[in-house]
Design a protein around this ligand. Structure first.
Ligand code: GTP
Ligand code: MG
Length: 581
């Protein structure tokens, strides 16, 4: 019990050591696993241009994409339909998993993952359309209508509903109660992270969304793919975060021996004008033809033109851009940093939650900071703490397998194999508790000389500000850009002032005298249940936390550990945050 009373430094040291070891083990396990499971899909493996060997992150993406291509999203009457659906689907092949969730307590869905893609093809050819005036587009979203119940055969597979109501938001009262009863601020941070991170089903649904679009567009174009990126992928996402998608050319193998070559039009999607035109055409077809896509908004004048839309089956706000490989590599970089130490993701998610509750970040873009630069602030702070290396170090340790170049010529090469890191970064010397790191984060930025200095993840040190912007955070991959150019002096001062408030709140917090202590006061969470006097963490909670810590190390590369929220409804006229640079 004392272990979790305060996550002390010895414990952290040990856990971090285990984490690193596990990361290495899981990395090699994943690699060998994927070599087998995707061998039939070898074209996908070779998709990455300039890529000599896929990184763990890239392999995970391939695995998730493969999983999405073997899955169907089926609307059912209720979770109870799974039995019937399971027996029906078995006609088409073996099932790997079934996951249930509902939207607004009304529409129920089951995501069915088949073992083999052949089953999907068979279902596609057997499924029908309703006899109404509809635009008949076959997709991986179907509806399970009433019919004759199938009697299971004797040697039927065991039914496996992995989760029921898998996308539920944490109950606010329960959240307050758990945070209130936590033994320390460090444990509160872990509890918050566990509650807010994206689940495996939420990740699956994000890859399903990308696949759904890709499936439609692949009927028009043979060589495109749609990849998720941003906080949905880098592990800093919270429940209900937006889904960032990018459409990129699929540079797969081409048959150089064939003497017959298709006549095609040249596509210059690096040109801004062409990208804009192209996205405009896609937006029209998305709006009129693709089921489940609502509220399509065209933000085509932004520096990075995007299509915003709502994916109705999961009620997720999505942004689709085109040929933005730098953003993909940025996601990989942030993911790599997140993987390097188990404290990083819980800390970032807590600071993002703090910024949101203090109204420093908003769901709409403006002259305030957004989650991406805020995350860079946390990573930079962790570099100062010697927990994370600079990008320069990651570059200096990179090998020929790490060479990547974005379509605009930006060099995105950096070390992608944690094994090759210098020992002091692999087995962290700094073993501060989460509580200390949170406090120190606020302290560091409450006294930072923003007037003279900018933040540079690439160098890992503060740099003299090259611009007059209030806040200068160098884009790690494109160092001439400032990712916080939009932040004005007023907003910067608010950030500084809120860091002072946070320090005060953490210094004066009293577990026994208030309904809101520790990070609860930072996040404006109150345990309103008056009769709940501070009690020791219950056995059940302790078990959960122990499970968390155990799982963190065992599943350190489960992408399900990674994800986020944004109940956005951005007005088309407002400028997109990515415009800011
Ligand atoms: P949330 O969606 O708020 O959870 O965070 P996010 O990290 O996904 O940020 P966002 O959706 O705003 O952007 C998605 C990705 O686009 C980021 O992870 C970055 O890679 C990239 N991005 C966002 N804003 C900027 C910016 O100002 N400059 C650059 N170069 N890239 C950006
Ligand atoms: Mg995002």
């Amino acid at each position: 019990m004392a272990l979790f009373g305060r996550v002390n430094s010895n414990t952290i040291s040990l856990l971090n050591h285990c984490y690193c070891k596990k990361f290495i083990m899981v990395t090699s396990r994943l690699k060998s696993h994927n070599r087998i499971s995707i061998s039939t899909n070898i074209r996908n493996v070779k998709e990455y241009k300039n890529n000599k060997q896929e990184s763990t992150h890239e392999i995970e993406i391939i695995k998730r994409r493969n999983q999405a291509s073997r899955s169907l999203l089926i609307q059912v009457h209720s979770s109870k339909s799974y039995n019937d659906l399971h027996n029906y689907c078995l006609k088409f092949g073996d099932i790997s998993s079934m996951h249930h969730y509902h939207v607004n307590n009304q529409q129920n869905y089951i995501l069915v993952e088949f073992k083999d893609i052949v089953s999907i093809k068979e279902i596609m050819s057997s499924a029908s359309f309703i006899k109404e005036d509809i635009i008949s587009v076959k997709s991986s979203v179907l509806w399970f209508r009433k019919g004759q119940i199938i009697t299971p055969q004797k040697n039927n597979q065991r039914k496996s509903l992995f989760v029921e109501n898998g996308c539920a938001l944490p109950n606010e009262k329960e959240k307050a109660k758990q945070l209130y009863n936590a033994k320390s601020i460090s444990v509160q941070i872990i509890i918050l992270y566990e509650m807010m991170k994206l689940t495996d089903l939420e990740v699956r649904l994000r890859f399903h969304t990308a696949h759904h679009l890709e499936q439609y567009f692949s009927r028009l174009f043979d060589n495109i793919k749609i990849l998720p990126f941003g906080s949905s992928i880098n592990g800093f996402g919270r429940k209900r975060c937006d889904l960032d998608l990018v459409l990129i050319p699929n540079t797969g193998e081409c048959n150089v021996t064939s003497r017959l070559v298709f006549h095609s039009k040249l596509m210059n999607n690096n040109g801004r004008h062409e990208t804009k035109e192209f996205l405009g055409i896609l937006a029209n077809s998305m709006q009129y033809f693709i089921p489940g896509i609502l509220n399509v908004r065209r933000i085509l004048e932004a520096r990075v033109p995007i299509i915003k839309f709502c994916y109705n089956y999961t009620q997720t706000e999505c942004d689709l851009s085109a040929t933005n490989m730098t953003a993909i590599y940025m996601t990989e970089l942030l993911n790599f940093y997140g993987e390097m130490d188990w404290r990083i993701r819980p800390l970032v998610i807590t600071i993002r939650a703090w910024a949101k509750s203090q109204e420093l970040t908003f769901d709409v873009p403006g002259q305030w900071i957004t989650n991406f630069p805020l995350t860079l602030l946390v990573l930079f702070f962790l570099q100062q703490k010697k927990i994370l290396p600079s990008l320069k170090i990651l570059k200096s340790y990179s090998t020929h397998n790490d060479v990547r170049c974005a379509e605009n010529g930006i060099d995105c090469t950096f070390l992608r194999d944690v094994n090759k890191l210098p020992l002091n970064y692999k087995y962290n010397i700094n073993q501060d508790s989460l509580e200390k790191l949170l406090y120190d984060f606020f302290e560091y930025y409450s006294t930072f000389d923003f007037q003279t200095y900018g933040i540079c993840i690439r160098e890992g040190i503060q740099i003299r500000k090259p611009s007059r912007s209030a806040l200068h955070i160098t884009n790690p991959l494109e160092t001439t850009l400032n990712v916080s150019k939009n932040v004005n002096f007023y907003e910067l001062n608010r950030i500084i002032s809120k860091t002072h408030d946070a320090i005060y709140a953490l210094e004066t917090t009293d577990k026994f005298e208030s309904n809101s202590w520790g990070i609860m006061s930072l996040l404006k969470i109150n345990n309103d249940n008056g009769d709940l006097k501070k009690s020791n963490t219950t056995k059940g909670q302790m078990k959960n936390i122990e499970e968390y810590l155990k799982n963190s190390y065992e599943n350190s590369y489960e992408i399900s550990d990674k994800f986020e929220v944004n109940e956005t409804n951005i007005d088309e006229t407002k400028t997109k945050k990515k415009e800011t640079i």
